[in-house]
Design a protein around this ligand. Structure first.
Ligand SMILES: Cc1cc2nc3c(=O)[nH]c(=O)nc-3n(C[C@H](O)[C@H](O)[C@H](O)COP(=O)(O)O)c2cc1C
Length: 355
């Protein structure tokens, strides 16, 4: 699992926290941790060119690569750090987050754990508000927020230092004269380890995957069941393939309890509502055409829906019909079905054929 620690720091306090977060994540066996900084604005570089301290802190960070969208895409979990600016994240960090539209569109950050950390000048200068407002866009991206529990050593304190349940913090002082305490750094390390150790449920991973339309050939299903665990969308595609095969060969009733949810919604207007009438129609169609077979050309899954593009033949040599099944799943059973078909014409003027 790959953890990305991405931060912005002008005077070095958040940089120190970022290093502690990185160490904390690395302390967990198996963690691959990347440290990335947010790019500085050109105008800030120009305006601060005469400030010896800021220039020195910037030089200390020059070997750390600037964060890219690919870094975010490839990470399995991300921890974001920024100083406060009037109780919010810095514009530099916001610019990075605002550039993630392409990731949001594809749901590429969904289900990934995220943590946040910050530094304020004064004790009540916006520790919690900065962390909480940083979480908002991360929730829009579908990330799962990880905080720091009170069972962590040093969390129940009243002295003027950092450490909040929303994320790691430090207090820099009005002129940046303070340094992160050992407790601040330890809590930052705990945050890093927790984001690494957080294990999104199989359901979240399946949801993340199922937002990306997948197109597969039937070959992928011929060896099922293989006994290996399946992501939910893969399992549903296999169940949909079985449903379509059994509908064609007249054996659907034998697997009805396993495949069909009790909701009984189908949209085949030739038969009365309810799975019972549909099952009778399937059996009758088999009696009339016992050689009827179906070939699944494509299966696509998106969220709770699986779409099948099929070729149905009544007997060998029959040009058959092209059909579409749209199936809506509830859990692992089919709760709703739409079906449509069109006979294949042997002498079509269309050179592309039906499939
Ligand atoms: C424009 C600006 C706004 C700031 N707003 C706040 C604020 O609202 N509350 C606060 O406590 N500190 C505020 N600060 C102080 C910074 O948070 C402080 O410099 C920072 O925590 C140091 O982190 P760094 O060393 O990683 O840059 C502000 C600083 C700047 C430049």
């Amino acid at each position: 699992m790959k953890i990305l620690v991405v931060y912005y720091s002008m005077y070095g306090h958040v940089f120190q926290l970022a290093r502690a977060v990185e160490e904390g994540a690395k302390s967990v066996a198996g963690a691959e941790v990347l440290l990335r900084r947010v790019a500085e604005f050109d105008e800030v570089v120009k305006k601060t060119a005469d400030d010896e301290y800021i220039v020195k802190v910037r030089q200390q960070q020059q070997d750390i690569p600037v964060c890219t969208l690919d870094d975010l895409r490839q990470a399995d979990g991300v921890i974001f750090g920024t100083p406060t600016r009037y109780g919010n994240m810095t514009a530099q960090m916001k610019q990075l987050i605002d550039s993630t539209a392409s990731l949001w569109l594809k749901g590429e950050m969904e289900g990934k754990p995220a943590g946040v950390f910050t530094s304020t000048g004064s004790t009540h200068g916006g520790q919690e508000t900065t962390l909480l407002t940083m979480m908002v866009p991360l929730i829009h991206l579908g990330m799962l927020i990880v905080g720091v529990p009170y069972s962590t050593e040093g969390m129940l304190h009243t002295e003027a230092r950092g450490g909040t349940p929303y994320g790691a913090t430090t207090i820099a002082g009005a002129r940046g004269e303070l340094q992160p305490t050992k407790e601040d750094l330890a809590i930052a390390g705990v945050l890093g380890a927790r984001v690494y150790e957080f294990n999104p449920s199989i359901c979240c991973q399946a949801r993340r995957r199922s937002r990306q339309l997948t197109l597969v050939s039937l070959d992928a299903y011929t060896s099922w069941p293989t006994g290996e665990p399946l992501m939910l969308d893969e399992l549903r595609k296999r169940l949909a393939a079985e449903f379509m095969q059994r509908t064609a060969d007249g054996t659907l009733a034998q697997a009805a309890t396993r495949l069909l949810a009790p909701g009984e919604i189908h949209h085949d207007w030739r038969f009365a509502a309810g799975w019972d009438s549909f099952l009778k129609a399937v059996a009758e169609a088999h009696r009339m055409s016992p050689e009827r077979r179906i070939e699944i050309k494509h299966l696509l899954s998106d969220g709770d829906f699986v779409l099948g593009h099929v070729h149905v033949v009544q007997r060998p040599g029959d040009p058959g019909a092209v059909g579409f099944f749209l199936l809506r799943f509830e859990g692992e059973r089919i709760a709703e079905m739409w079906a449509a078909g069109q006979a294949v014409q042997a002498d079509s003027p269309n050179i592309h054929g039906a499939f």
